[in-house]
Write a protein that binds this ligand. Structure first.
Ligand code: BG6
Ligand code: MG
Length: 218
């Protein structure tokens, strides 16, 4: 059997931070008088901070100087970080820890593949950093999802071929990135949003150990 690579996105997959990204962006959008709905927010999931701001400005047809953009990027991150101050294990989404534990018990390599530059402190605060054999985040990549770079680097760190990698993602861009990399894509969330994924689960409580075992044996 060849070595598998189990790659997890962070925001919206492991931790319930997608809502904080949304709230922080919404504040910027409000200041700029840009209508920014939950539906618009789907376009931002998995997408880098810089690209997210561009998408919001495009939604509002707002032209801005680089100086203003830099200011809003800092403002957004400060606001986002303010939500993380008291973060602990309770922020981990239901069913995630049992899956990580099952993979560890079965000696399966685990990596993080996230667009976020705040990934490491989040894994530390929630006490789960020890599960990860490799961490690839927004500081390590130059191309944002749906570019597969982040997942390809993660698989490489785990000494696995892309075809043996399994990606858990809550974003359309992330599912597309996994598909482009020819990895198995597992969407976590709603079918109507993540229909491009090979498998879709509402959340990790719906994923059985039998399903994971089948992925390991594939
Ligand atoms: C992704 C989130 O994981 O990380 C996006 O889904 C976010 O919403 C991106 O914009 C970058 O995160 P950060 O923490 O570097 O701003
Ligand atoms: Mg995500």
């Amino acid at each position: 059997m060849r070595t598998k690579a189990f790659i997890f996105d962070l925001d919206g997959v492991i931790v319930d931070t997608a809502k904080y990204h949304y709230l922080a962006w919404q504040k910027i959008a409000q200041e700029l008088n840009i209508d920014f709905t939950l539906e618009h927010n789907e376009l931002l999931k998995g997408v880098s901070r810089v690209r997210s701001l561009d998408i919001i400005l495009e939604l509002g047809n707002v032209q801005a100087s680089q100086e203003d953009k830099n200011k809003w990027l800092v403002q957004k991150n400060d606001e986002y970080l303010s939500y993380l101050v008291d973060m602990d294990q309770s922020e981990i989404l239901p069913g995630v820890i049992p899956v990580l534990e099952f993979l560890k018990q079965n000696n399966q390599p685990i990596a993080l593949g996230s667009a976020s530059k705040n990934a490491r402190p989040i894994l530390e605060k929630t006490g789960i950093i020890h599960f990860f054999d490799a961490i690839v985040d927004g500081n390590d990549v130059s191309n944002a999802k749906p570019d597969p770079e982040v997942f390809l680097i993660a698989a490489k760190h785990l000494n696995s071929n892309p075809a043996d990698a399994i990606v858990f993602e809550d974003s359309v861009a992330g599912v597309q990135a996994a598909n482009i990399a020819k990895m198995i894509s597992i969407g976590i969330g709603e079918e109507k949003t993540l229909h491009e994924a090979q498998y879709i689960f509402e959340d990790f409580t719906q994923i059985t150990t039998r399903f994971i075992q089948e992925l390991i044996n594939k």
